[in-house]
Design a protein around this ligand. Structure first.
Ligand code: NZQ
Ligand code: ZN
Length: 396
């Protein structure tokens, strides 16, 4: 087994009505003046925001609300939140929402703890390590990004249209409240985007150059089987508490590091997808399903046996009498068919942006290499030419 570190300190409060505990959890973690961050409309409309604020009132906490976070969250709102947090004298940030809200809350916490630095130039562009942050708590409303227990936060600079992530141990939330009932107001499209993202957090770790950590592999394969099964179940029965519970827990475990211990995570499909979201503001999950098939077909020959293992252990495909590459291609097809059954895009024409010109594909590839300063991926290391080839493959 390869050596690894595992640090996942987020306290999980899982189950019905757990959002009523928000106030007492913040108090337990030392918060007294709280910035409450939420999205566009759903938390207000469902009454969730009001219920959580009541819990803060009951705990005697002072709070300042910062709403209006949009999907693919924008740097400008994070700056605004930092200003508000500083003038309010905040000592805790509470996110009520999904990945976009949580990542904005993490950024506000970073900026409020380090007013002498610039969020983007210093931290997101990695000129300076993040020296600290305010504590963050989460009330999760969508199983998807896994930010409720991850060490990362992803923002889009709305001036330059760069979408970048920042990983730091300070980004692990103190607690995450997960009530599967809160997901029942989700539009179907957001549920399917979430299912794709949960799978991709595990697959982007599973396809890597290290394949000797058997337990890591088996956790990943089990998580994927569970997500596929329960993903199908929630499509048939949208208000299924059991199935949503499984997805919600899988979403956190898929991105807290557990499914990649001892591996060298690849995450190339995420990087390819981020450029599509940055340029066209497409939903994160959709950007991933639109690119994965092309990434997989481009990279499968690097290690067909790994894809064959995936086909057999995740999709239950019969290996008998087949060459690894044949089984591998059947596994890729199984993913494609599953994404199609969710009505998720599997190429650019099925994204809102549509098919792109060659010069736009070149721009995407250029941006994905951070202007020719990096490669991406570990399963197969991809340079500008590889990245461009994958965008071309997906451009139909
Ligand atoms: O804004 P509101 O009205 O709340 O609507 C949101 C939003 O339109 C809606 N929604 C959320 N919960 C709802 C609900 N609607 C009805 N009922 C509910 N219970 O869903 C829409 C999408 O929300 P968003 O937060 O964007 O979804 P998601 O959790 O998929 O987050 C995506 C963002 O997270 C980033 C992505 O890049 C993207 O920006 N990621 C963050 C990661 C991390 N920090 O570790 C890792 C991921 O790979 C990902 O990159
Ligand atoms: Zn993701």
């Amino acid at each position: 087994m390869q050596a690894f570190e595992f640090y996942s300190p987020t306290k999980i409060l899982f189950g019905a009505s757990t959002e009523a505990q928000a106030g007492q959890q913040i108090t337990a973690y030392g918060g007294s003046r709280v910035v409450v961050v939420y999205g566009g409309a759903s938390a207000v409309k469902s009454g969730l925001l009001e219920r959580v604020l009541r819990s803060l009132d009951e705990a005697g906490l002072a709070y300042e609300c910062v709403g209006g976070v949009q999907p693919n969250p924008k740097l400008s709102l994070a700056y605004e939140g930092v200003k508000r947090a500083l003038s309010f004298g905040a000592d805790f940030v509470l996110a009520i929402g999904g990945g976009s809200v949580i990542d904005t809350a993490k950024a506000i916490a970073d900026g409020a703890a380090t007013p002498e630095f610039d969020l983007w130039d210093d931290f997101w562009l990695k000129k300076h390590p993040l020296p600290g942050s305010l504590p963050v708590g989460v009330v999760l409303t969508i199983p998807a990004a896994g930010s409720e227990s991850s060490d990362s936060a992803v923002l889009t600079n709305d001036e330059t249209l760069e979408k970048r992530g920042l990983s730091s141990p300070f980004h692990r939330p103190r607690f995450a409240i997960m009530n599967p009932e809160l997901t029942f107001t989700l539009p179907r499209y957001q549920v399917t985007c979430g299912i794709v993202d949960i799978m991709m957090h595990t697959m982007d770790r599973y396809f890597n150059p290290v394949t000797t950590n058997e337990l890591t592999d088996e956790i990943a394969e089990g998580l994927l089987r569970n997500t596929i099964r329960n993903g199908r179940r929630v499509m048939e029965h949208p208000g299924d508490y059991q199935a949503m519970s499984e997805l919600m827990w899988a979403g956190s475990l898929s991105h807290n590091g557990l499914t990649g211990l001892g591996n060298k995570p690849d995450f190339a499909p995420h990087q390819l997808g981020h450029e599509l979201s940055a340029m066209f503001d497409v939903a994160h999950g959709a950007s991933l399903s639109a690119i994965w098939d092309s990434w997989a077909k481009y990279c499968v020959h690097t290690n067909p046996a790994r894809f064959a293992q995936f086909a057999e252990n995740v999709w239950g495909l019969d290996p008998s009498g087949k060459e690894p590459v044949t089984l591998a291609m059947e596994g890729i097809e199984a993913v494609r068919q599953f994404f199609r059954s969710l009505q998720m895009p599997i190429c650019l024409s099925q994204l809102d942006c549509g098919v792109q010109s060659e010069s736009t594909l070149e721009d995407l590839a250029y941006r994905c290499t951070f202007r020719n300063t990096r490669t991406i991926g570990s399963f197969q290391v991809l340079n500008y030419d590889d990245i461009l080839a994958i965008y071309r493959l997906a451009n139909f």
